[in-house]
Design a protein around this ligand. Structure first.
Ligand code: ZN
Length: 429
């Protein structure tokens, strides 16, 4: 069994060497193995031998979710079928499922990447991990399980739901770690609280996958379970699945596995790199993936890079949590704005609720105006409205360099939905 799953190199330079080698290999592999990639590269006038530095990455064309859909059911396939040992697919909420294929080496690499997550979270082989994510054709269950076994901890493949069984497992098997979505984590934590089990269980860490969660939710889960720390695993089916990064015990951002893939952060409009610390779309290029390699795959997910180095000493770079999707982006007075950004500003403000709407209008003067309607906190008094609105307006101006008017409305006056809430109402034109 391996002693560590961390990268072979300790330096940024070392990572770049691995990246260049991986990039060259990937481009040649895709060019020779996939009709799709060969056609795209030929159209762009690039040959594998043109890739001589990391900077040459920008000469390569992009791949989009639409490309994957058009090639359903075997998108980006770059190896013969005899080399494929597995497939996974996304849940397919928008259009067709995204199907990804894996060779034996892909599965092996994914296991090592995921084992690194557990190592990054400070786990040992003594740990017992109750895995409460979905097992099936999607990547979650298989990923968490594979990584756990590769790491050498004890896997308890509980799956989601079934609170009765979950509670029994927590008591009988004494898992030290729970892996779940934030919603499932909250259900379990509340059930532990309801049954008064906290002193009879032994959960130290909770690892969240798949879904955006806010600090309030994490803190509630942590408190109700008596856990010490929570971690976030990003996951994208197209990029193996979950397990391609994790925040370390300092929680200064998500370290991502730059020895397995390159992540560009690009302005979704211009497709040029964003400035340091700015929000951009995560664009992936894999370095070792055989079955369905990604080359400049536009994920539509938005985040920003965290500058500087982490106190943990890892050379692996960091990005922020996922701040939203570029499809939700809007432009006002020449500035790109993401609902996630407004969301972040609002979540730092006391005295208001979690529901809000962004309204965009064009004034008689031809200029664009943004109004943000935010609910007052439950039980809050309208007297504080002016103060809270002014504070939010100030933070918006400071953080996103555009002014917006803030209106505080009554608690529960904005619509609720069990699906994704509509946030942006663009009334221009
Ligand atoms: Zn760190």
């Amino acid at each position: 069994m391996k002693q560590t799953f961390m990268p072979d190199t300790k330096t940024e330079e070392g990572l770049k060497t691995i990246q260049l080698e991986g990039l060259k290999w990937t481009v040649a592999h895709a060019y020779h193995g996939s009709d799709f990639y060969r056609r795209r590269f030929d159209e762009a006038g690039v040959k594998p031998e043109d890739i001589q530095s990391l900077d040459d990455l920008k000469r390569l064309p992009f791949v989009t979710a639409q490309d994957l859909q058009e090639q359903y059911p075997w998108p980006l396939r770059s190896v013969p079928f005899e080399k494929i040992v597995r497939l996974h697919a996304s849940s397919g909420t928008t259009g067709k499922r995204k199907v990804m294929i894996y060779t034996a080496q892909d599965v092996d690499d994914w296991a090592n990447m995921f084992a690194r997550c557990y190592e990054m979270a400070g786990l040992s082989r003594e740990d017992r991990i109750q895995i409460c994510v979905g097992y099936g054709v999607w990547t979650a269950g298989a990923g968490f399980q594979l990584g756990c076994e590769r790491f050498g901890a004890l896997a308890i493949p509980a799956g989601p739901g079934n609170l009765e069984m979950q509670m029994q497992f927590l008591e009988d098997f004494q898992p030290t770690v729970i892996c779940s979505t934030a919603s499932m984590g909250l259900l379990m934590a509340e059930e532990v609280d309801r049954r008064g089990l906290r002193d009879r269980i032994n959960v130290k860490k909770v690892i969240f996958g798949a879904e955006r969660s806010n600090d309030a939710m994490r803190n509630t889960i942590k408190k109700l379970l008596g856990a010490e720390q929570t971690f976030d695993i990003p996951g994208l089916t197209e990029l193996y699945g979950p397990g391609t990064g994790l925040d370390c015990e300092y929680h200064t951002g998500i370290h991502y596995w730059a020895d397995y893939y390159i992540m560009e952060l690009l302005d979704p409009e211009t497709l040029e790199p964003v400035a340091e610390g700015e929000v951009g779309e995560m664009v992936y290029t894999t370095l070792r993936k055989e079955g369905a390699p990604l080359i400049r795959y536009r994920s539509r997910d938005l985040t920003r890079r965290i500058p500087g180095s982490c106190p943990c000493g890892s050379p692996l770079p960091r990005h922020d949590r996922i701040l939203g999707r570029s499809d939700d982006m809007f432009i006002i007075r020449g500035v790109n704005i993401y609902p996630g950004h407004i969301d972040e500003i609002l979540s730092c403000q006391k005295g208001i609720g979690s529901e809000y709407q962004i309204h965009l209008n064009r004034g008689d003067d031809g200029k664009d105006y943004m109004t943000i309607r935010v609910e007052r906190a439950e039980g809050g008094s309208p007297e504080g409205d002016g103060k809270f609105a002014a504070a939010i307006e100030k933070n918006i101006r400071k953080d996103i360099l555009v002014s917006g008017a803030v209106e505080i409305v009554d608690y529960h006056s904005l619509p609720r939905t069990d699906r994704k809430s509509r946030r942006v109402f663009d009334n221009r034109d």
